[in-house]
Write a protein that binds this ligand. Structure first.
Ligand code: NAD
Ligand code: UFG
Length: 336
């Protein structure tokens, strides 16, 4: 297949591009490099011996979208491009709504105008809000998001549902990711956050490499196994594989489908720290801090629908994730 991958130079995008190329697909990437660099795609080429065509450009730019859709015939678009920093989205809501929603609307218009109506969207478990029950199935109602970033995902899902309802030619797969961590086992590509990381695993690896003195654990008084927040961490390579499996659903002309991509296992902050220490034989100093505003106690997936319908399931456990995150960070202490 020929696949347009927006945001393909980013963390999840680069791992997915690698897998697409390995599977023999042709890949065109559109990325404005606002949160990534060409280096990730250079390393993808080095890993698999094939390369994606890169357009450096913005999904807010209708002209480049039109040009790409004129120059190529795509079997599917996998749409990763977007801003994703939760805290920043609270400070810059307009930028988040504009980039993520206007950008997606532009992309959908260009694809529709060229009759290329197969689409896979990166959504997030954040659309469930604070779940009433765990594990979370796709049937659980969407909830109240605690930040503009989360709302962009929720709103884009609604836009996709309305478009698929109005025009049955669209085939759309919405993938709700739980918490992606880890890196390609080669240690050549991985997550490259700008500045001080907001997310747990990149913070832990930067403590491990000595860039940050200690981890702050945000709250130990939640109603969980040890009082710290519980999440469903998933290896980024498993996540990438989920996109490959989703392509097969697209070819079934199934309309719009929604899948959780998680492992189904809840892991607390302190459990993750312990797994990291054990997997890599490194001590992670930490201190308990106040709860972080907007955080929920527990979030993990029921991922059985993806297994049943896509034949996909996560293969890597938390030890693999800790080892591969550290392999990436220790080999690339300054990122790309
Ligand atoms: P990332 O920032 O590494 O990748 C996003 C890419 O999109 C970057 O390369 C960035 O340069 C590009 N981009 C941003 N705005 C753009 C624009 N206007 N035009 C063109 N390119 C643009 O993030 P990621 O972790 O790889 O996330 C990929 C997708 O998955 C995002 O949509 C994100 O919201 C979603 N997601 C991520 C997580 C997570 O924890 N990492 C969880 C759930 C969902
Ligand atoms: N945490 C800490 N210290 C840190 C960072 C995080 O204790 O320095 C804790 C959090 O309180 C939470 C857990 O580690 O309990 C995970 O936090 P992350 O920031 O890594 O992940 P979140 O679950 O808050 O959010 C992530 C992405 C969102 C996405 C969501 C999907 O940041 O974009 O997963 O479930 F929507």
């Amino acid at each position: 297949m020929k696949i347009l991958v927006t945001g393909g130079a980013g963390y999840i995008g680069s791992h997915t591009v690698l897998q697409l190329l390995r599977e023999g697909h042709d890949v065109v990437v559109l990325d404005n490099l606002s949160n990534s660099s060409r280096e990730s795609l250079d390393r993808v080429r080095e890993l698999c011996g094939r390369e994606a065509v890169l357009y450096v450009g913005d999904i807010l730019d209708r002209d480049i979208l039109e040009r790409i859709c004129t120059e190529h015939v795509f079997d599917c678009c996998i749409h990763f491009a977007g801003l994703k920093a939760v805290g920043e989205s609270v400070a810059k809501p307009w930028e988040y709504y504009n980039n993520n929603i206007t950008g997606t609307l532009n992309l959908l218009a260009a694809l529709r105008d060229h009759n290329m109506k197969n689409f896979i969207f990166s959504s997030s478990a954040t659309v469930y809000g604070d779940p009433e029950v765990v594990p979370i199935t796709e049937e659980c109602p969407k909830g109240v998001c605690t930040n503009p970033y989360g709302w962009t995902k929720s709103m884009i899902e609604q836009i996709l549902m309305d478009m698929a309802y109005a025009d049955r030619e669209w085939n759309i797969v919405i993938l709700r990711y739980f918490n992606p961590i880890g890196a390609d086992p080669s240690g050549r590509i991985g997550e490259n956050p700008k500045g001080i990381p907001n997310n747990l695993m990149p913070y832990v690896t930067q403590v491990a490499v000595g860039k940050l003195p200690k981890l702050g654990v945000f709250g130990n008084d939640y109603d969980t196994v040890d009082g710290t927040g519980v999440r469903d961490y998933i290896h980024v390579s498993d996540l990438a594989d989920g996109h490959i499996k989703a392509l097969s659903k697209i070819t079934e002309n199934a309309g719009l489908c929604v899948y959780n991509l998680g492992t189904g296992n809840g892991v607390s902050v302190l459990e993750l720290v312990k797994s990291f220490e054990k997997a890599n034989n490194i001590k992670i100093p930490y201190e308990i801090k106040d709860r972080r505003p907007g955080d929920i106690a527990t979030c993990y997936a029921d991922a059985s629908k993806a297994k049943r319908e896509l034949g996909w399931e996560a293969k890597h456990d938390i030890v693999d994730m800790c080892r591969d995150s550290w392999n990436w960070q220790s080999n690339n202490p300054e990122g790309y």
